[in-house]
Design a protein around this ligand. Structure first.
Ligand code: HSE
Length: 429
């Protein structure tokens, strides 16, 4: 019988690219048994053709010339692992225009240009798949677009960034401050030398808008969503949150009320009893509530070569087994236009930690300022005082985001308020 060989082209030979090479080698038998096809990496293109990645390649496979893949008619499936939305966008668009299917792990590219690339794929009778772009190895987009598609998805909550989850988990476990744990995470290779993308929530924001398209079928502009990172979360907040029965997590929060979608990324006090509260370290998890499925949670490794290559090769095999025609399989029509709910239409409970002058009348001033903006307090605790200044920890009832933003501005102007150290949303329901 003639062997069915499927030729692949890989752009980007970094850590994840090397993981794909390893997986194809180690699991070649499993893949052939399950699909009847042999996957062959025909060409790998990277600007660096010298560095040893610790994997063996046959002579002539590695090249620095994109045309070796783009103009190669033997290659029908392109894997893009370059990252970013610059060169990668051009290469993916070229590959689609040449009638090649594309599999990518690139969250920034899909978050910013997914709709245009899906459209381009359709126009060229091919598909672009990106399971690895959210949650690394965790299957989440494919189930949302496949077996869960008959559900109305009401809400999705995700821990979708391993670096920040590691930092928050370690702060809580060791009592060490953010900077100390960030340095440790960098030494361990969990955080980048420039950690901005992770700690300021950009990476999670890309994943949040991709999740929104898969969960709600809606297109969301990533630059418009509320995004806060974890740099302002202090050790004191960790301790106080725990005393109140919460842990602190960086969450992607997605809700669809029918008329508008609310998509945001921010650190959040989460009740210790919530299923996401026990997702620690570099693990990722996506928790969703669907009708009729009810609550459902996906947990696993959200990054790294093993997990990511699992999702990448899963997409390649999806192309082989579910039909490669533009009409076949999943991931189509998932980018309808949508309205993003204005922040002022959203309500949350808040946690605040502030330092105030320790003198009579201060609580009345602070409470009055909040009350005038309809911010109702659920609890106030005075934590520390040195006789001159006192630290207050406050929890509000659910309040309008717009009113809360104004309240925080006005609190800053009160003479008795020295600093507002933290204001975090509280997730209770
Ligand atoms: N830097 C990401 C994380 C992985 O820490 O989860 C890639 O998206």
């Amino acid at each position: 019988m003639k062997e069915n060989i499927v030729n692949l082209g890989l752009f980007g030979f970094g850590t994840i690219g090397a993981g794909v090479v390893r997986l194809l080698d180690a699991n070649a038998d499993v893949i052939e048994e399950k699909t009847g096809s042999k996957l062959a990496l025909k060409k790998i293109v990277d600007i660096d053709t010298e560095t040893d990645r610790g994997v063996e390649l046959p002579e002539g496979v590695l090249s620095a010339d994109a045309a070796d893949i783009i103009d190669n008619d033997d290659i029908g499936i392109v894997i893009e692992l370059i990252g970013g939305a610059g060169v990668a966008r051009e290469i993916v668009a070229n590959a689609l225009q040449k009638g090649k299917h594309v599999v990518t792990a690139n969250k920034e590219l899909i978050a910013k240009h997914g709709p245009e690339l899906v459209r381009l794929a359709g126009q060229n009778g091919v598909r672009i798949l990106f399971e690895a772009s959210v949650g690394g190895g965790i299957p989440v987009l494919t189930p949302l677009l496949g077996c869960l598609r008959g559900n109305r998805i009401n809400r999705v909550l995700g821990i979708v960034n391993g670096t920040t989850n590691y930092i928050l988990t370690q702060m809580e476990a060791t009592g060490a401050d953010f900077d100390v744990i960030l340095k440790e995470a960098q030494e361990l290779g969990y955080a980048e030398a420039d950690p901005t993308n992770d700690i300021e929530g950009f990476d999670a924001a890309y994943k949040a808008v991709i999740l929104a398209s898969a969960a709600f079928g809606k297109k969301v502009d990533v630059s418009s969503i509320m995004r806060e990172g974890i740099t302002k979360v202090g050790m004191a907040d960790m301790e106080y949150a725990r005393e109140l029965g919460y842990t602190i997590k960086l969450l992607a929060v997605l809700e669809d009320n029918g008329a508008a979608v609310d998509v945001r990324v921010h650190p959040c006090l989460l009740p210790c009893s919530h299923p996401l509260a026990s997702i620690n370290g570099v693990l990722n998890a996506v928790y969703l509530e669907g009708d009729p499925i009810g609550p459902l949670m996906f947990v696993g490794q959200g990054a790294g070569p093993s997990a990511t290559s699992s999702a990448v090769i899963g997409d390649v095999l999806e192309l082989l087994t579910s039909g490669t025609s533009a009409a076949g399989g999943t991931a189509w029509n998932i980018f309808a236009d949508s309205e993003l709910a204005p922040v002022t239409s959203v309500s949350n409970a808040f946690y605040m930690r502030l330092t105030v002058s320790d003198m009579p009348g201060v609580l009345a001033d602070v409470g009055g300022c909040l009350g005038r903006l309809d911010v109702s307090l659920a609890s106030v605790v005075q934590k520390k005082t040195d006789g001159k200044s006192a630290e207050l920890v406050m929890l509000t009832h659910s309040v309008n985001e717009g009113n809360m933003a104004k309240a925080l501005e006005q609190l800053k102007d009160l003479k008795c308020v020295e600093t507002i150290s933290t204001a975090l949303r509280v997730f209770d329901s």
